[in-house]
Design a protein around this ligand. Structure first.
Ligand code: G16
Length: 555
C-alpha cells in the first residue's frame, strides 16, 4: 500500500454545528475539503495504531464516494480495522449500537440528518467517541482548531486492480495493513431492540388487527423498519411506506414533522386511518408519533415514555433520571418529580446527554426536535421510540389519544409549539438575537428602580437570560445556548438560532405554557399559545426585521 502525504491549505468554515459538519454536497466536493476535515478528526483523536473504527452513513448522495476516501485515509492513518455497514449504510443509532457492542475506538457517521439530499442537497460528517455518542464540544472544538491549521493529510493509494473497496458483500477485505469488515447494517441493532421490548406482546397486538403505518421517508430506516416490523413483529408489508432508501430521499425533506411527513399525516388524519403512525428522518435518529387523527408532541412523548417505562421490559428496573434540552417542554420534569428522580436541563444537542448517561445519572433523554432515546446507546433513536410506544400500547390496550389525554389529566398539559423561520438572511437573524439581548434590561424587573418585570396583558416577565449550562459531570461550561423569556406563571418563550442549517439562518421560537385545567386540554396548541406568539413577535420585531409574515414550519 502506497501512502501519500498530500499538501493542503485550511478551509475556514469547518466548524462543527449542533451535530457535526453539515454543508452542501458541492462544498464537500471541493478538492481536499472532505480530506481536510477527516484528517482533522484523526489528528485530534490520536487513535493508537491498530485501533478499530466504525464507518457508515444514511445513504445520501456522496455517501459511497466519501466512504471510499475515508477508508483509504483510515488505512494511511494506522487504523487496524474499519467496520462498515453494508453498502456504506448505518443509521445513526445503529452506528452507536455497533461502536458500543464491538467496543471500537469510535466511529464516523456520514449524514446531514433531516436536511434534503441529492447533488444540490446537503452532506454531513461527524465523529462519535467510544461510548457511541457524538463527540463532546471539547473534541469538536479541537477538530475545528486542527482544520484551521492543517497543512497535509495522509491517504493510501487505491490498488490499480481494485480502485473501489467492495462495500456490498459481507466479509473482510484488506487495504494495506488494515482490514475492512463489511457488516450487516441491521442485525446488531434489531437484536438490541428485541432485548429491550416485549416483541411477543407487540406481535400479539398486531395479530389482533392493530394497524400501524411507518414512513421511512425514502431514508435510512426502510431496511431496519422492514426487518423489525414486518419480519420480526409480523406486521403486513404495507405497514412500512417509502421503505426504499434513495440518495436524494425521493426529492423529499426527510424530516418527520407535520409539514414534511405530510403523506403520513394525511393517512393518519384520513378516513379509515390506522391506529398508529410514525416516521423517522434521514439517518434514523428522529421520530414522530401519531395516533388516529392525533399528533403527539415530542416533549409529551418523552414525558409519556417516562411515565410508562415501568410497563416496558427493558426499563422495569426503574429510571435513574431524565434529561431534556432546554427548549423542550417541562412535561418530563413533572413526571420526574412524581417518580422522585432528577431531571436535567441541557443545551440543544444530543452530545450534551452523553456524560449524564455515562455517569449513570439519566436513563431517558429527549428533545423537542423529535429526538428521544435512552442509555441503550448514546444517540437518539427513532425506531426505539416507535417500539417504546408500541410496547406501551400493547400493555395498556388504549388508543394513543386516550393515553395522552389521561397523561394530561394526571400531570396537567404543557402546551407547546415551535415556530421555525428557515433560510432567513444571517444578518437579519443576528439582528433579532442582538435586539433581544438589548431588551433584557427593560423586560426584567429592576428592584432598585422599584419596577417589576414588563407586563404583557396578564403575563409578567420574571426572567430573561441567555441559557448557559455547567455540565455536572465534567464541569464544562456552554454559554449562549438560547434566549429565554420566562413569565411569572411559568410560561416561556425561547429564541434560538439553529446549528444544523446550511443556508442562511434558521430562527426557532419555542413557546410553552402550562394548563392544569382539563376543560382546556382540547384546545389547539396554536390557539392556546396565541398570546405568547403575539408577545414573541412584538419583542423580537421579527416580521419587520426579516420580512417574514409567518413561520416556514410549525410543530
Ligand atoms: C440535531 C441534534 C439535536 C438537535 C437538532 C436540532 O439533530 O442532534 O440534538 O436538537 O439537531 O438542532 P438545531 O435546533 O440546532 O437545528 P439531528 O437529527 O439533525 O442530528
Amino acid at each position: 500500500m502506497q501512502v501519500r502525504m498530500v499538501a493542503t491549505t485550511p478551509f475556514t468554515d469547518q466548524k462543527p454545528g449542533t451535530s457535526g459538519l453539515r454543508k452542501r454536497v458541492q462544498a464537500f466536493r471541493q478538492p481536499h475539503y472532505l480530506e481536510n476535515f477527516v484528517q482533522s478528526i484523526f489528528d485530534t483523536i490520536a487513535a493508537p495504531p491498530g485501533a478499530v473504527l466504525v464507518l457508515g452513513g444514511d445513504g445520501r448522495y456522496y455517501n459511497r464516494e466519501a466512504i471510499q476516501v475515508i477508508l483509504r485515509m483510515a488505512a494511511a492513518n494506522g487504523f487496524g480495522r474499519v467496520l462498515v455497514g453494508r453498502g456504506g449504510i448505518l443509521s445513526t443509532p445503529a452506528a452507536s449500537c455497533v461502536i458500543r457492542k464491538y467496543q471500537t475506538y469510535g466511529g464516523i457517521i456520514l449524514s446531514a440528518s433531516h436536511n434534503p439530499g441529492g447533488p444540490d442537497g446537503d452532506f454531513g460528517i461527524k465523529y462519535n467517541t467510544a461510548n457511541g455518542g457524538p463527540a463532546p464540544e471539547k473534541i469538536t472544538e479541537a477538530i475545528y482548531a486542527a482544520s484551521k491549521t492543517i497543512a497535509q493529510y495522509r491517504i493510501a493509494d487505491a490498488p490499480d486492480d481494485a480502485p473501489e473497496i467492495e462495500l456490498d458483500v459481507l466479509g473482510d477485505s484488506r487495504l494495506g495493513d488494515m482490514t475492512v469488515s463489511v457488516i450487516d447494517q441491521v442485525s446488531d441493532y434489531a437484536e438490541l431492540m428485541e432485548s429491550l421490548f416485549d416483541f411477543a406482546a407487540i406481535r400479539a397486538m398486531l395479530a389482533q388487527g392493530f394497524r400501524i403505518k411507518f414512513d421511512a421517508m425514502h431514508a435510512v430506516t426502510g431496511p431496519y423498519a422492514r426487518e423489525i416490523f414486518v419480519n420480526r413483529l409480523g406486521a403486513p408489508a404495507d405497514s412500512v411506506m417509502n421503505a426504499t432508501p434513495l440518495p436524494d430521499f425521493g426529492g423529499g425533506h426527510p424530516d418527520p414533522n407535520l409539514t414534511y411527513a405530510h403523506e403520513l399525516v394525511e393517512i393518519l388524519y384520513g378516513d379509515n386511518a390506522p391506529d398508529f403512525g410514525a416516521a423517522s428522518d434521514g439517518d434514523g435518529d428522529r421520530n414522530m408519533i401519531l395516533g388516529r387523527h392525533f399528533f403527539v408532541t415530542p416533549s409529551d412523548s418523552l414525558a409519556i415514555i417516562a411515565a410508562n417505562a415501568h410497563r416496558v421490559t427493558g426499563y422495569q428496573q426503574g429510571l435513574a433520571g431524565i434529561a431534556r434540552s432546554m427548549p423542550t417542554s417541562a412535561a418530563a420534569d413533572r413526571v420526574a418529580a412524581a417518580l422522585g428522580i432528577p431531571c436535567y436541563e441541557t443545551p440543544t444537542g444530543w452530545k450534551f446527554f452523553g456524560n449524564l448517561m455515562d455517569a449513570g445519572k439519566v436513563t431517558l433523554c429527549g428533545e423537542e426536535s423529535f429526538g428521544t432515546g435512552s442509555d441503550h446507546i448514546r444517540e437518539k433513536d427513532g425506531l426505539w421510540a416507535v417500539l417504546f410506544w408500541l410496547n406501551i400500547l400493547a400493555a395498556r390496550q388504549q388508543s394513543v389519544e386516550d393515553i395522552v389525554r389521561e397523561h394530561w389529566a394526571r400531570f396537567g398539559r404543557n402546551v407547546y409549539s415551535r415556530h421555525d423561520y428557515e433560510g432567513i438572511p444571517s444578518d437579519a437573524a443576528n439582528g433579532v438575537m442582538k435586539l433581544l439581548h438589548e431588551r433584557f434590561a427593560e423586560l426584567q424587573a429592576c428592584p432598585e428602580q422599584g419596577r417589576g418585570g414588563a407586563q404583557f396583558g396578564r403575563l409578567q416577565v420574571k426572567l430573561c437570560d441567555d441559557f448557559s449550562y455547567a455540565d455536572p459531570v465534567d464541569g464544562s461550561i456552554s454559554t449562549g445556548q438560547g434566549v429565554r423569556i420566562i413569565f411569572t406563571d411559568g410560561s416561556r418563550i425561547v429564541f434560538r438560532l439553529s446549528g444544523t442549517g446550511t443556508e442562511g439562518a434558521t430562527l426557532r421560537i419555542y413557546l410553552e405554557s402550562y394548563e392544569p385545567d382539563v376543560s382546556n386540554h382540547h384546545l389547539d396548541a396554536q390557539q392556546a399559545l396565541a398570546t405568547l406568539i403575539g408577545i414573541a413577535l412584538e419583542i423580537s420585531e421579527l416580521r419587520k426585521r426579516t420580512g417574514r409574515e409567518r413561520p416556514t414550519v410549525i410543530t
